[in-house]
Ligand binder design. Structure first.
Ligand code: AMP
Length: 283
């Protein structure tokens, strides 16, 4: 596996690969890799001649009171995992090379970025779309892989690619979970053993709501209320930011059930913010 740190060199390398007729699959990450990330890499490996992963903890997507400085980092472990997945290139830029002091250009997907997590993390998605745009211009992928775990991020990136006529296929991969149903996340290591146990309530709540929808319950505000009650009934949940049933395209709250429905939750356990979601198809 080649490790490239300089944007211009990554870009020249990609140009050469494209000239050779090779397809490039790209998996952007913030590192501290787990099986969720690895599932994206496996899919990229199956579908492309060359797999590029990036590790970059993007300061632009962290709020002033968020965990930028303590975000988990494990570069050595990550490199071993990337090699084991037969990743061809790791792009590992530093913040100065992506955001020199003179940097002043931002990309934002206006409406979708204000909803759900956006309401609680002002500027977060602008940071995500700006860095993903930069990474796409540097890596020049044919296909880019994102986790359904961050469903809003996936929808926003798809919208950016469509609105800006970018010639990139954006692919969503299923959420990978621990045995107890908790979605894998680099941030799970912030949780104490009791908090980690308490996090099980999120998936339980999604499963409850999914079963309610599938068994024909059509009173969405009643389901939403039950979701909220369930989450607030867990003593270690310190704040429920949102929990409900949304349109998977517009991310607006649904008043009536649709053919496909998005269940989504964001909450805090202690100081750790966790998100999860589930798509429910009604046949
Ligand atoms: P991150 O390093 O958290 O920015 O995540 C990098 C990519 O991995 C994003 O596309 C995430 O949606 C995806 N990802 C994170 N956790 C999971 C998971 N449990 N299952 C599937 N994909 C995930």
């Amino acid at each position: 596996m080649e490790i490239l740190r300089i944007p211009r060199i990554m870009q020249e390398t990609s140009k050469r690969l494209i000239q050779q007729g090779k397809s490039i699959g790209f998996v952007p990450t913030m590192g501290a890799l787990h099986n969720g990330h690895l599932s994206l890499l496996k899919r990229a490996r199956d579908e492309n001649a060359v797999v590029v992963a990036s590790i970059f903890v993007n300061p632009l997507q962290f709020g002033a009171n968020e965990d930028l400085n303590k975000y988990p980092r494990d570069l050595e472990g990550d490199i071993e995992k990337l090699k084991a997945e037969q990743t061809n290139i790791l792009f590992l830029p530093d913040a100065k090379s992506l955001y020199p002091d003179t940097f002043q250009t931002y990309v934002s997907v206006s409406e979708l970025s204000e909803k759900l997590c956006g309401a609680f993390r002002p500027g977060h998605f602008r940071g995500v779309t700006t860095v993903v745009n930069k990474l796409f211009n540097i890596v020049k992928p044919h296909r880019a892989y994102f986790g359904q775990k961050d469903y809003q991020q996936f929808v926003i990136i798809k919208k950016m690619v469509a609105d800006l006529n970018m010639d990139i296929e954006v692919i969503a991969c299923s959420t990978i979970r621990e045995n107890d149903g908790v979605a894998m996340s680099s941030r799970n290591i912030y949780l104490s053993p009791d908090e980690r146990k308490a996090a099980e309530i999120i998936n339980k709540c999604l499963l409850f709501a999914s079963q309610s929808l599938q068994s024909g319950e059509s009173n969405l505000s009643a389901i939403k209320q039950r979701m909220s009650d369930m989450l607030k009934g867990e003593p270690l949940v310190s704040e429920v930011q949102y929990a409900g049933i949304y349109d998977p395209d517009s991310l607006d709250e649904l008043k009536e059930i649709k053919r496909q429905n998005l269940l989504a939750i964001a909450l805090k356990i202690g100081n750790t913010r966790l998100i999860d979601n589930m798509l429910v198809d009604i046949l």
